[in-house]
Write a protein that binds this ligand. Structure first.
Ligand code: IPD
Ligand code: CA
Ligand code: CA
Length: 284
């Protein structure tokens, strides 16, 4: 495996920023008072003082090193005038895996991507507790702590270790992914639900997981991880082939063959009225 990525000064700066944000998260770990853990759209959708501290730092650090480049960050007030296809746009999740963080599980990450005209071009997913930094540059390969990554060669879900997740608003959504989970239930080696989409994707890039799918994700969950998978030789796509995986709120990832097999399992027999996609509210 190639261990000599072409130096990219901008990516090195982003890695440093992600590690500094990770240090902030570690300082908060295990120290959150009850009132520093709040619910957002659903009771289980949490935001903590750690998310906010990490995001405040990231906003300042990115502005310092890359002045004038716009920021789309999970906990920020989303500016309706933000041009998602601007020349440059930072797409940041200051803490992906908030529920894990609150429960002191190690699977949480800082996720930073820069989009160029709506396409990820730089990506860092940093796991502070585990000391792992995944990074990628478009057409520059994907790396874990400097070691080149390659997606797994698995072709069939039957031999695959998969990951998925479930939306916080699962009580309101008809397409909450439970039926998809059941469709795969007897047709895989295992399914992990790690609680961080950014890590799920980084692990697909590393070949630790063979594939990943999820619905109702946001761009800050997937922008960096998606580029990692692509640069590790994999495919990121929507349930219906060729959609917008970054902003389209549903995503499949893995090798080309695995994604095709996973899609056929998920879509089998559902025709054009595929119900398990997008924001479909419960009818009752
Ligand atoms: C969540 C995680 C989780 C996914 C949720 C995301 P957060 O992000 O990525 O794995 O299932 O849909 O919202 O809230 O921990 O930043
Ligand atoms: Ca997230
Ligand atoms: Ca988050």
């Amino acid at each position: 495996m190639n261990t000599n990525p072409q130096p990219c000064p901008e990516l090195a700066v982003v890695e440093t920023i992600a590690k500094e944000a990770g240090e902030i998260l570690l300082q908060w770990s295990g120290k959150l008072a009850a009132e520093q853990i709040q619910s957002k759209s659903a009771q289980r959708d949490l935001v903590t003082a750690a998310d906010l501290a990490s995001e405040a730092f990231l906003g300042k650090a990115l502005e310092k090193h890359f002045p004038g480049q716009a920021l789309l960050a999970e906990e920020g007030v989303v500016d309706g005038n933000l041009d998602l296809h601007a020349e440059t746009l930072w797409c940041v999740d200051p803490l992906d895996g908030t529920v894990n963080f609150v429960h002191q599980l190690p699977m949480f990450a800082v996720s930073i991507a820069r989009l160029r005209h709506g396409e990820p071009e730089l990506a860092v997913v940093h796991l502070p507790r585990l000391g792992e930094t995944f990074s990628a540059r478009r057409q520059g390969g994907a790396y874990l702590n400097g070691q080149a990554l390659q997606v797994s060669a698995a072709k069939s879900t039957e031999d695959a270790l998969l990951a998925t997740g479930f939306p916080y608003r699962r009580h309101l959504l008809a397409d909450n992914n439970l039926e998809n989970f059941c469709r795969l239930f007897l047709h895989q080696r295992g399914i992990r639900r790690m609680g961080s989409a950014a890590i799920d994707l980084a692990y697909v890039a590393a070949g630790r997981l063979d594939g990943f799918w999820e619905l109702h994700l946001s761009p800050w969950d997937v922008a960096a991880g998606g580029l990692l998978v692509q640069e590790a030789g994999g495919v990121v796509d929507t349930m219906r082939s060729g959609g917008d995986w970054l902003f389209g709120r549903n995503l499949l990832a893995g090798s080309t063959a695995l994604v095709a097999d996973l899609r056929s399992r998920l879509l089998a027999g559902q025709g054009e009225d595929f119900p398990n996609l997008g924001d479909r509210l419960q009818s009752s």
